[in-house]
Structures are given as structure tokens and as C-alpha cells.
Design a protein around this ligand. Structure first.
Ligand SMILES: NC(=O)c1ccc[n+]([C@@H]2O[C@H](COP(=O)([O-])OP(=O)(O)OC[C@H]3O[C@@H](n4cnc5c(N)ncnc54)[C@H](OP(=O)(O)O)[C@@H]3O)[C@@H](O)[C@H]2O)c1
Length: 318
């Protein structure tokens, strides 16, 4: 079969021949219809993700949409082993969910990973109640934008969206943000203090120095410091570590938790997927996806589109 193949850490995938998948006990083979290039796909393929167990050469791809031998369309999430950027892949059916036959494979492949990040955080990792208020730090990325929509769907009373890109930030009120804050300006700390000092939950996709500064801004301006503030670490686009100020943890009822692979039990995570897929396939979330033939994987990987739609690779031969 044809597949993408990464031959070493940091190298882009090439389109090449690969052996047919060899399903282990309990696995099934699906024809892949769509597999997206998520940040996790890139960091796993580079051997840099904390959950990484990669051995090179590897077929990249952490999830996707495929059709099984019975003709059932499935979203699947992979664990170890060959990835989804191939004509066929062996999957564990317990890590997959059936989709309606008319579901758009590209939309589902593009949307499940980023949408899952906030859905799992709010539904499974922490106790979120409708009526609470949420700050999404890094709301201009795919996952952050969907976090705004997910918070709205789950009944957040106020949703403050913070991000760098002015154009993408301006689109977020239409997706549910009740206020926006521009990151990376001289006014950022004051704006965060003004708009988000009293939020209950922060969904943090950014980390790095940006998060430490935001923590200080929120905690020092918090009108009631005894009110719980749950800071959920989800992504780290601005850096893998953050200098958490000691005072922020002592001067307010701030608790830091992470949400991702490892911090949510896999069965709990899988149990959340059908409802999220139902919302996604019924058009309940806005997903910006760009299908690209799998044969063009190398250029798609190295020159991401300027519109920053999520690139979804589509095998064009069977
Ligand atoms: N834990 C989980 O369950 C989970 C699931 C999915 C994703 N994630 C993680 O979430 C993060 C975002 O994923 P994504 O799919 O949304 O990626 P994405 O669509 O590529 O978006 C990344 C965004 O990061 C922002 N960014 C980059 N550097 C920044 C900085 N220094 N300061 C502020 N913002 C910065 C950019 O915002 P601007 O456009 O404003 O510049 C960009 O839009 C990644 O770290 C990913 O691994 C975690």
C-alpha cells in the first residue's frame, strides 16, 4: 500500500510504499479516508511528545476516519504502532466509534482531536457546572476556538477568549465568546484583569511565560481570592514550562491540573467520544479543514497553509 513515512526525528514524511498492516489479536483493518496533521501528530512524529513511544521509521498519524470491512465508517484513535497516514491501518475497535454513514470524514478527522481537548477537560477532568465562567487562553488556535464553542454548549455563563491573532480573535464572539483579550500587547495584563479576574476555570493552551503572566494578572485582580480558580493545562504552544509564581498559588484558591493523554483514564476518554462525535457530525461545532491528497504529504507537512485550516490527508487510491 501507499503511506507517509518518517525515517528519523525531525524529518518530514515522504510518500512511499509500506507493507500492508498486520492486525494484532482483536484488531481490525480499516481503509483510511482521512487523517489530520494535529500538533500531536507532529510531535509524535518528531519523537518529542511526552506520550511518545516512536521507533523510526514510522507511519505518522494519531487518529483518523476509516471504513471497516463491514462498511462501517469509524473515527479511531491510535495508541502505539503504525499511524493513520496510509491507505490502510490496523485499529483496536474499542478505541473507535461508529459514525453516521453521511458523516464527512474530513471534518471529523480535523475536529475530534482539538474539540476533545476542552470537552474532556470540562466533562471529565474537572467538575464544571453550567453557569460557571471560563477563560480560554490561546483561543485563536483550532483547539482554543473549539474550546470557546464547547464551553458555550456546556452552559458557561461567560467565556473570555484570549489570543494573539487579531483577525481570529475578532471571529470568536460569533462562536460564543462574551469578551476577547489580545495576548502579547502592553495592555494584556490589564485587559485580563478587567475581563477575567473572576472566572472559575482557565483552559490553557499556551503555557510558557504567557501563562505565568496571566496567572499573576488574574490572581492579583481577583475580587474574591477564596473563590476556587481551576487552571487546566492543556497545550503548550508558547513553551513547555512556565515559571508559576509562588504567590499566585498561596494568595488565591488556585489549583493547577493538566488534561491530556495519561491524566484522564482511557475508558473515561473513550466514553466521551460518541457524544462529541454526534455534535461534530451534526454540524454543532465549527471546524476549519483543508483536505490534501496523501500523495502531497511532504509539502503539506513542511508548508502549512497560511489560512491555518487543519490539513487533512486523504488517500486517493485504494
Ligand atoms: N491535552 C489535550 O487533550 C490536547 C488536545 C489537542 C491539542 N492540545 C494542544 O493544544 C495546543 C493547541 O493545539 P491546536 O490544535 O489548537 O493548535 P493550532 O491550531 O496549531 O493553534 C496553535 C495556536 O497557538 C498559538 N500560539 C503559538 N505560540 C503562541 C504564543 N507564544 N503565545 C500565544 N499563543 C501562541 C497561535 O495563536 P495565534 O494564532 O494567536 O498566534 C496558534 O493559533 C497544542 O499544544 C496541542 O498539542 C492538547
Amino acid at each position: 500500500m501507499r503511506s507517509a513515512l518518517v525515517t528519523g526525528p525531525g524529518l518530514p514524511p515522504q510518500y512511499t510504499d509500506a507493507p500492508e498492516p498486520q492486525p494484532a489479536d482483536g484488531e481490525i483493518v480499516v481503509d483510511v479516508l482521512a487523517a489530520a496533521i494535529h500538533p500531536l501528530t507532529r510531535s509524535r512524529a518528531a519523537g518529542t511528545h511526552y506520550s511518545d513511544t516512536s521507533r523510526f521509521p514510522l507511519i505518522p498519524g494519531v487518529d483518523g476516519v476509516g471504513r471497516d470491512a463491514d462498511g462501517v465508517l469509524r473515527y479511531f484513535a491510535l495508541d502505539a504502532g503504525p499511524g493513520s497516514m496510509a491507505q490502510r491501518v490496523a485499529i483496536d475497535p474499542r478505541r473507535s466509534i461508529p459514525l453516521p454513514d453521511d458523516a464527512d470524514p474530513v471534518t471529523v478527522a480535523a475536529g475530534m482531536n482539538p474539540a476533545m481537548s476542552s470537552w474532556i477537560a470540562l466533562r471529565s477532568r474537572i467538575r464544571f457546572a453550567a453557569g460557571q465562567s471560563v477563560l480560554v487562553l490561546g483561543a485563536t488556535g483550532a483547539a482554543g476556538g473549539l474550546a470557546v464553542e464547547v464551553a458555550r454548549l456546556l452552559g458557561a455563563a461567560r467565556i473570555v477568549a484570549a489570543g494573539r491573532d487579531a483577525t481570529r480573535l475578532a471571529a470568536l464572539p460569533a462562536r460564543g465568546a462574551t469578551a476577547v483579550v489580545r495576548l502579547g500587547t502592553p495592555d494584556t495584563a490589564a485587559a485580563l484583569a478587567r475581563e477575567a479576574a473572576d472566572v472559575d476555570i482557565v483552559l490553557d493552551y499556551v503555557w510558557g511565560d504567557v501563562s505565568a503572566a496571566a496567572m499573576t494578572a488574574l490572581v492579583t485582580a481577583r475580587p474574591d481570592r477564596s473563590r476556587p480558580l481551576t487552571w487546566v493545562q492543556i497545550g503548550s504552544t508558547a513553551g513547555p514550562t512556565t515559571p508559576v509564581p509562588a504567590a499566585a498559588l498561596r494568595a488565591a484558591r488556585l489549583q493547577l491540573v493538566g488534561s491530556g493523554i495519561g491524566s484522564v483514564p482511557v475508558p473515561e476518554l473513550l466514553a466521551e467520544l460518541p457524544e462529541l462525535a454526534r455534535i461534530l457530525t451534526s454540524g454543532g461545532l465549527q471546524v476549519d479543514a483543508r483536505p490534501v491528497p496523501l500523495a502531497d504529504v511532504e509539502s503539506a507537512w513542511t508548508s502549512p497553509a497560511s489560512d491555518r485550516a487543519r490539513i487533512v490527508l486523504v488517500p486517493d487510491e485504494r
